[in-house]
Design a protein around this ligand. Structure first.
Ligand SMILES: [Zn+2]
Length: 117
């Protein structure tokens, strides 16, 4: 049984801060590594390094999110965790929650996000 708590303001601030960090990483590493895209100095290797940097950052962010939050089904009340892959591909719209399929009742709905910490 998972212990769960309502998401707090601290959880939201952390999520926004990490999201902002990802945007900064994507933009600044993009400027540093592929800033010459417009000119003829563009190199494929730098594009690959940039894509690896962004992929790595995104992977760490999604893994953190999947490990930090669990979800509650509005139909049956089941609490469950999701994998980083499911976390990455499933839509999430605050304050509705995340659109997931309940592992207990098989209902697809907007699941309420709860903190695991
Ligand atoms: Zn359910």
């Amino acid at each position: 049984m998972l212990k769960d708590q309502e998401t707090t303001k601290k959880d939201h601030i952390r999520t926004v801060a990490y999201s902002a960090g990802m945007i900064v990483l994507i933009i600044f590493s993009g400027i540093l590594l592929i800033g010459d895209f417009i000119t003829d100095k563009f190199e494929t290797l730098r594009l690959i390094v940039w894509m690896l940097t962004v992929s790595g950052g995104l992977f760490l962010f999604v893994r953190w999110h999947a490990r930090t939050f669990a979800y509650v089904c509005p139909s049956c009340g089941a609490k469950f965790e999701i994998t980083p892959f499911v976390d990455f591909i499933s839509p999430q719209i605050p304050p509705n929650g995340k659109c997931l399929k309940c592992p207990d009742c098989q209902t697809r709905a907007w699941m309420r996000e709860v903190s695991k910490n």
